[in-house]
Design a protein around this ligand. Structure first.
Ligand SMILES: Nc1ncnc2c1ncn2[C@@H]1O[C@H](COP(=O)(O)OP(=O)(O)OP(=O)(O)O)[C@@H](O)[C@H]1O
Length: 347
C-alpha cells in the first residue's frame, strides 16, 4: 500500500487568501473522468462534494471506480477530463501546498519488506520536508499506538499480516495532523475487531476536526460512522448527500394478496391511488401485487396514500383481500437497487 503524505513537497508559506463564503469543501470535483488506454471509462463525469468536517462514505461495488477516483484526487492518476479541488485549492497546481495537509491510504506497494514497521514509518517521515526530524521517533510511535501496532513495531514488514500492513498504512497517513484523510478500503484484511477499531479511529479523527473520505464496498462497515455518503456504480456517482438521503431512498412497498382472477382489478385500484412501480405475480391460488408507497415524510398539505387507504380502496372495488403487508427494504437492498448489482460483484 502507498501512503501519500505530501512527502517531498516543500511547503511554501500559504499566501494570504480571501476565503469565499463557498470555501467549505474538503473535496470538490467537476466532471471528473478517467478513460484508460484500454478504452474503459472507469470514472464518468463525477461531481464529488465532501464538505469540511464530514465523514464521507464513498461506497460502491468492486470495480465501480472508487480507487481510480481517489487516485485522481491525490494526483496519482491523471484525469482524462474534469477538475479537482482539495481543501478549496485546485489540483494538481496547488499540490505542493495542499498535499502535506492530506493523509492518504491507497493500495500499492510502498513499504520496504525487510524493514520493521517503525523503520518504515521513519522512512516515510524522513521524506516529509515539512516536519522536524528530531521528533520523528515520537511521531512514529504515536501513530503506531493509534492504530494498535506498537507491540509489533519492531517486526519486519514482510512478517506482518494483511491487517497489520493495513494498520501500518493508516499509521503512515497519521504521522502528522491532517485536515483531510483519504482512506481507500481501510478495513481490507481486518478482522471484525480491527474493523471496529478503524471505525472508532475515524470517529475520533473526525471529532478532532479532520475531514475523512473513506471508501468501502461494504456498506455496513462504514455506514455507521458516515455523516455523508456517495454511491458509485459503473463509474458514475449515483447518489450523494447527507446520510439521510439513503433513508429517503428506502421507499416502502405495499404487498397485496388477492385471488388470481382479481389481479387486474387490484392493479387498477393501486394505479388509481397513485402508487407507482406496481408489480404483479400471478399464482395458482393467490396472486400478489407490490407497489411503492410514496416516501415519508409527505410534504405538508398533501396526503399520500398509506396501507389503510389501499385496503379501503380495494374493498370498495370488491377486490377480495387475502393479505396486506408493508415491506421496508434494508439499506443493503437500496444499494443493490441503486447500483444494479450485488454489493460484492466485480465487473
Ligand atoms: N490501470 C488500469 N487500466 C485499465 N483499467 C483499469 C485500470 N485501473 C482500473 N481499471 C478498471 O477500472 C474500473 C474501476 O476500477 P477501480 O479500481 O477504480 O474500482 P473500485 O471501485 O475501486 O473497485 P475495488 O473496490 O475493487 O477496488 C474497473 O473495471 C477496473 O478494471
Amino acid at each position: 500500500m502507498t501512503t501519500t503524505t505530501g512527502a517531498g513537497a516543500a511547503q511554501a508559506p500559504a499566501p494570504a487568501r480571501v476565503e469565499s463564503p463557498a470555501a467549505t469543501s474538503a473535496v470538490r470535483t467537476q466532471g471528473l473522468t478517467k478513460r484508460f488506454r484500454t478504452g474503459q471509462v472507469a470514472v464518468d463525469g463525477v461531481d464529488l462534494h465532501v464538505p469540511r468536517g464530514a465523514v464521507y462514505g464513498f461506497l460502491g461495488p468492486n470495480g465501480s471506480g472508487k480507487t481510480t477516483t481517489i487516485r485522481m484526487l491525490l494526483g496519482l492518476v491523471r484525469p482524462t477530463a474534469g477538475q479537482v479541488h482539495l481543501l478549496d485549492e485546485p489540483m494538481p497546481a496547488a499540490g505542493g501546498r495542499v498535499l502535506p495537509r492530506v493523509g492518504a491510504l491507497v493500495e500499492g506497494p510502498a513499504f520496504q519488506p525487510y524493514l520493521s514497521g517503525r523503520a518504515n514509518l521513519a522512512r516515510v517521515d524522513a521524506a516529509d520536508a515539512t516536519v522536524d526530524p528530531r521528533t520523528s521517533r515520537r511521531r512514529a510511535d504515536e501513530a503506531l499506538e493509534r492504530v494498535g501496532l506498537l507491540a509489533a513495531a519492531d517486526k519486519r514488514y514482510r512478517q506482518y499480516s494483511l491487517g497489520m500492513k493495513q494498520r501500518l498504512g493508516l499509521a503512515a497517513a497519521l504521522l502528522r495532523p491532517r485536515d483531510l484523510l483519504v482512506l481507500d478500503e481501510p478495513t481490507n484484511g481486518l478482522d471484525p475487531q480491527g474493523t471496529r477499531e478503524v471505525r472508532t479511529l475515524v470517529r475520533d479523527l473526525a471529532e478532532a476536526g479532520t475531514t475523512v473520505l473513506v471508501s468501502s464496498h461494504l456498506l455496513a462497515e462504514i455506514e455507521q460512522v458516515c455523516t455523508h455518503v456517495g454511491i458509485m456504480g459503473r463509474g458514475r456517482l449515483l447518489l450523494q448527500g447527507p446520510r439521510a438521503v439513503l433513508a429517503e431512498r428506502r421507499t416502502a412497498r405495499v404487498v397485496v394478496r388477492t385471488r388470481p382472477e382479481h389481479l387486474d382489478a387490484a392493479r387498477t385500484v393501486l394505479v388509481r391511488l397513485g402508487l407507482v412501480d406496481v408489480r404483479t405475480e400471478p399464482g395458482a391460488q393467490v396472486a400478489e401485487l407490490t407497489a411503492a408507497l410514496p416516501p415519508a415524510p409527505v410534504p405538508a398539505g398533501t396526503s399520500a396514500p398509506g396501507p389503510q387507504d389501499v385496503a379501503a380502496a380495494l374493498v370498495r372495488a370488491d377486490v377480495p383481500l387475502l393479505g396486506l403487508d408493508v415491506r421496508h427494504p434494508s439499506l443493503e437492498e437500496v444499494f443493490v437497487e441503486l447500483t444494479g448489482e450485488g454489493f460484492d460483484v466485480a465487473r
